[in-house]
Write a protein that binds this ligand. Structure first.
Ligand code: CP
Length: 334
């Protein structure tokens, strides 16, 4: 799809300039950083999901198209990633743009001691948008403070992973047809798992019930529970999946985050607390949606991968459509 029509707008210095057809400089995310799910309203989510649906249709129809031709995405990852980095790269490439990949900061000047603000100010000289994963909570907000270009938070320590939460919600919508009315059970590492923190906040914009199942050591942070209570979200906390399995519509399983533990003995004590097996699924609703942000390290048995309820690899694919939508919106093309 080559943009051909032109519209008139005021450019820098107030001079009239031409914009390609489709430019949406008044769109909800235009030129904005994506730092936290707290910045989204329910209307924003509906808009993002509608664009993501269009992206899916376009990919199915034509594979890739030139909506973001000429745009450059910098992918700056201080922590390992398969899905988030690859899906952002696939997203910009399917939209006709290109990338600056820094997936191994040890091969960049970060290894010489360069600060995050200086790295960001350098990359924004080359790129139109920067996707950042960093081990410290608040790193994406710090980067955005120094940047003139939009920063997309791809995970900041145990803080947030907003684009994962958006794709998780999109998955629930695509798999169930609606989000309202769902009983969502989050299982595993609810203390360090940033994906559950972001998803719980987004779910609080809907009419849902939230169950938290974890070892006592890995419970949902108290301030997040209080935040959800303030949104009148019914919540139930337990250490036993059996307490809530039969009422669960969406089971969101997470990995115990070994890399966040200061004391590895504590990790060893809780690492195998829950494993989803075919026997457990046999006691769950027939239309339950089984999700996991991945990677998994044993908490979902491979024996359940063939069950139609196992949505985690479809979830991976939905992620690319959501990230295509976000890039198009941030860059004013959706
Ligand atoms: N879900 C997720 O963030 O996966 P990666 O760590 O592989 O990016």
């Amino acid at each position: 799809m080559t943009p051909t029509l032109l519209t008139q707008t005021n450019g820098r210095n107030g001079r009239a300039m031409q914009l390609p057809f489709g430019e949406k400089r008044d769109g909800p995310l235009f030129n904005q950083s994506i730092l936290s799910v707290k910045q989204f309203s329910r209307d924003d989510l509906e808009h993002i999901f509608a664009v993501a649906d269009e992206m899916r249709m376009m990919v199915e129809r034509v594979g890739s198209f030139d909506l973001l031709k000429g745009k450059v995405l910098a992918v700056l990852f201080y922590e390992p990633s398969t899905r988030t980095s690859s899906s952002f790269i696939a997203a910009i490439q399917r939209l006709g743009g290109s990338i600056i990949p820094i997936n191994e900061v040890k091969y960049s000047s970060v290894a010489k001691g360069e600060s995050l603000p200086d790295t960001i100010r350098t990359l924004e000289a080359y790129a139109d948008v920067i996707v950042l994963r960093h081990p410290e909570t608040g790193a994406a907000a710090l980067a955005a403070k120094y940047a003139r270009k939009p920063i997309i938070n791809a995970g900041d320590g145990i803080g947030e992973h907003p684009t994962q939460a958006l794709l998780d919600l999109f998955t629930i919508l695509e798999e169930r047809g609606k989000i309202d009315g769902a009983t969502v059970t989050m299982l595993g590492d609810l203390k360090y798992g940033r994906t559950v923190h972001s998803l719980a906040r987004l779910l609080s914009l809907y009419n849902v019930k939230l169950n938290s199942v974890s070892p006592e050591l890995l419970q949902m942070p108290r301030e997040l529970i209080d935040e959800l209570n303030a949104h009148n979200i019914p919540q139930f906390e337990t250490t036993s999946l059996d307490d809530v399995l039969s009422e669960t519509d969406v089971l969101y399983v997470t990995r115990v985050q070994k890399e966040r533990f200061a004391n590895l003995d504590e990790y060893e004590a809780v690492k195998n607390s829950y494993v989803i097996t075919p026997e457990i699924l046999s006691r769950a609703k027939q239309n339950m949606v089984l999700m996991h942000p991945l990677p998994r390290v044993g908490e979902i048995s491979e024996a359940v991968d063939g069950d139609p309820r196992a949505a985690y690899f479809r979830q991976v694919e939905y992620g690319m459509y959501v990230r295509m939508a976000l890039l198009a919106m941030v860059l004013g093309k959706a």
